[in-house]
Design a protein around this ligand. Structure first.
Ligand SMILES: [Zn+2]
Length: 428
C-alpha cells in the first residue's frame, strides 16, 4: 500500500516538478524549503552532513558568516550558526535557535514519501520536518534574506543557530551552552521553537516556560516464596500502594481538566509507562518495579520540593525499603516574563499588533532546546508564526501549506526587524 502510494507520488512529483503548480510559478522560498525537506535528517541516522552543506550554501547566498563547532560526542553534539553583525556592538546579541533533526518515520503509513516534499494541488507540502521544525528554520533564513536584500542594518548582532539532536537528549544544545562560543556570543535574548496554532484564527502561541520532565522508577522488595503460600506482605502489595497513590494524583489532575478554562498546558501530567520484575509464574517476586513519566507545570512561587515530598511519602507508605530512582529530573527552567517589565515581550506584543495578530503566552506539552538557554538566565520565547495549520509535529503525513509558510515568513521578517532594533542597553 505504502509502496504504491510512493510510486504514484513520485510520478506526480515528476509531472508537477518543483517549480510550477497549476501553471503558477513556485515562490523560490518554497522551492528552497522543499530542498531542505528532502534531506533525510531523521533519527536514528540523521544525514547531518547534507544539512550542514545545505545550510552553508544558504549562508553563502544570503551573505552571512558560517560556522560549525564540534563538542563531545562530535557526531551528535555540534552547533551550526550564521552571524549578521549589528551596527552597535555594545548591545547584546539575539540568538534565533532551531534544530535540523527530525523524528523517525514509518514510511508505510504515509500517503507520500516523507522525504520527497510532495506538494498537492492545494499547496500542502508533505514531509517529515515540514512542521517540526524545518519550516521555522526556513522562515528565519528567508526573513534574513529579505531584510539583507532590502538594505536593513540591525542594531543588534543576530546569530541564527541550527542544532542537531534536539529530538534525542538535546545533545546539541547541551554542548553549545557549555561552550566558550556561547559566552562569547553575549546573548541578550533568544527565540526558539513553538507549536503552531491549529485554530482557524491569527493567534500566535508564545512559549515562555516549559514543563519540567521527571521520569522515575519505584522498586519494591519482598520475600521470594512459593506462589502457593500466603505471606502477609509481598512486593505486589507494595507496588499496589505506589500505583494507587500516583494514579490518585493523576485523577486529581484529570478532574481539574474538566473545569472551564483549564487545558493540558495548565496541568501536571503523570502516566505509568512501564512495569517489570518477578522470577516466574509460580514464585512470589523478590523485586518489582514500575516507572512513571511526569511533566510538571512550573508556576511562580512553585516549589519542586512539594512534588519530591509527595513521591518520598508514597515510597515510605509502600514499604521502608522502597527505592525511587530518577532517570530524568529537570528542574528550574524558569519563566520569561510576559508583562511590561520585559522589553522583549513588549516588542513582541507591538509586533503582533503591527501584523494584526494576537499573541498568547503558552506552556507547550512537549519540551524544546529553548529551556537550556532560558536556564542560562537568558529571556527566551518560543515563537511560531504559522497559524491556521494543525500542529502535526511527529505525526504521519506531517505537512504545511505553502501559503501558511509564506505568511509565516512575512511575519518572522517583522519580528526579526523589530527585535534587532531594540536599542535599550538592558544588561549594563
Ligand atoms: Zn522541534
Amino acid at each position: 500500500m505504502g509502496k504504491i502510494k510512493s510510486i504514484l507520488s513520485i510520478t506526480t512529483f515528476l509531472l508537477i516538478g518543483s517549480s510550477t503548480i497549476l501553471g503558477q510559478q513556485e515562490d523560490p522560498a518554497v522551492t528552497r524549503f522543499r530542498e531542505y525537506l528532502r534531506i533525510n535528517s531523521a533519527h536514528p541516522i540523521p544525514d547531518y552532513d547534507s544539512c550542514i552543506a545545505w545550510l552553508r550554501n544558504q549562508a553563502l547566498e544570503i551573505g552571512l558568516s558560517f560556522n560549525v563547532e564540534y563538542y563531545d560526542p562530535p557526531e551528535h553534539s555540534f552547533s551550526v550558526w550564521m552571524t549578521w553583525n549589528g551596527t552597535n556592538p555594545q548591545l547584546k546579541s539575539i540568538l534565533i535557535d532551531s534544530h535540523m533533526d527530525v523524528v523517525a518515520v514509518d514510511e508505510s503509513q504515509w500517503d507520500h514519501a516523507p522525504f520527497e516534499a510532495f506538494k498537492d494541488a492545494e499547496g500542502n507540502i508533505f514531509a517529515r520536518g515540514a512542521v517540526d521544525m524545518k519550516s521555522t528554520t526556513v522562515a528565519v533564513l528567508e526573513s534574513v534574506r529579505r531584510l539583507k536584500a532590502s538594505g536593513f542594518n540591525p542594531l543588534r548582532t543576530i546569530h541564527i543557530m541550527i542544532l542537531p539532536d534536539e529530538e534525542l537528549y538535546s545533545r546539541g544544545v547541551k554542548g553549545f551552552v557549555n561552550s566558550t562560543t556561547f559566552t562569547a556570543m553575549n546573548i541578550g535574548f533568544a527565540l526558539d521553537e513553538a507549536v503552531s496554532n491549529p485554530a482557524d484564527e491569527d493567534n500566535l502561541l508564545v512559549t515562555y516556560t516549559e514543563k519540567s520532565v521527571w521520569q522515575f522508577n519505584y522498586t519494591v522488595y519482598g520475600t521470594s516464596m512459593h506462589a502457593s503460600t500466603l505471606p502477609e506482605i509481598t512486593a505486589g502489595q507494595k507496588l499496589q500502594v505506589v500505583i494507587d497513590r500516583l494514579l490518585e494524583f493523576r485523577a486529581s489532575q484529570l478532574d481539574l481538566l474538566q473545569q472551564p478554562g483549564v487545558t493540558l498546558q495548565n496541568l501536571t501530567t503523570l502516566n505509568l509507562v512501564q512495569v517489570g520484575g518477578g522470577l516466574g509464574n509460580n514464585i512470589i517476586p523478590p523485586e518489582l518495579w514500575v516507572s512513571f513519566d511526569m511533566r510538571i507545570v512550573i508556576k511562580p512561587g512553585w516549589n519542586f520540593s512539594d512534588i519530591e515530598n509527595m513521591l518520598d511519602n508514597i515510597a515510605a507508605e509502600s514499604g521502608n525499603d522502597t527505592v525511587i530512582t530518577y532517570l530524568v529530573k529537570t528542574m528550574d527552567y524558569g519563566l520569561t516574563p510576559t508583562d511590561n517589565s520585559n522589553i522583549w515581550w513588549v516588542t513582541l506584543e507591538n509586533t503582533c499588533a503591527q501584523l494584526n495578530v494576537n499573541c498568547t503566552p503558552n506552556i507547550p506539552n512537549g519540551v524544546t532546546d529553548g529551556r537550556y538557554i532560558r536556564n542560562m538566565g537568558i529571556p527566551v520565547f518560543g515563537l511560531n508564526t504559522f497559524t491556521r495549520t494543525p500542529s502535526m509535529a511527529h505525526q504521519t503525513n506531517e505537512r504545511i501549506n505553502e501559503n501558511v509558510l509564506l505568511t509565516g515568513i512575512t511575519r518572522f521578517t517583522r519580528f526579526i526587524q523589530n527585535f534587532a532594533m531594540v536599542s535599550e542597553i538592558l544588561h549594563p
